[in-house]
Design a protein around this ligand. Structure first.
Ligand SMILES: [Zn+2]
Length: 144
């Protein structure tokens, strides 16, 4: 089921009136309304991104990979930022939540990346640490 970017852009434009740090182009749209070209460009970019991201997740799943980490880009918004550095499970096992659908908001370009035993070791992280600090995805506008 392809995502309805027009509907999502409308919904998120309303949400970003009360969420800290709205990303561009939402910040401009909240102040001035949508320019049709900016809106069409955002929808096209979001569509490209979801195809790339879903392809990558499919590769990880077919390789039997389970643990991923949400890596937030610095220009993230107040909605997506709450998941920065959090761990997710592609299978929903191991007491970790399943990853959010990316992009969450249509503008942010965060990534999910394989969370390796080497990374966990280098950060001194155990599975218990990951599950204790897990943040299940919630599709609602509450910041923080
Ligand atoms: Zn965002």
């Amino acid at each position: 089921m392809p995502r309805d970017w027009d509907a999502e852009i409308d919904r998120w434009t309303e949400r970003f009136r009360s969420i800290p740090d709205p990303p561009e182009p939402f910040a401009v749209a909240v102040r001035e309304g949508w320019a049709p070209a900016a809106r069409a460009e955002l929808a096209a970019e979001a569509g490209d991104y979801v195809r790339t991201h879903d392809g990558f997740m499919a590769q990880l799943r077919s390789a039997g990979w389970d643990l991923v980490r949400f890596d937030a880009r610095p220009a993230g918004c107040g909605h997506c930022g709450r998941y920065a550095g959090k761990a997710f499970s592609l299978t929903g096992e191991r007491g970790l939540p399943e990853p959010p659908p990316l992009p969450m908001c249509p503008a942010c370009r965060h990534t999910l990346n394989p969370l390796t035993p080497y990374f966990m070791q280098s950060m001194g992280l155990s599975m218990d640490d990951l599950t204790d600090e897990a943040v299940p995805y919630r599709d609602d506008p509450e910041p923080g």
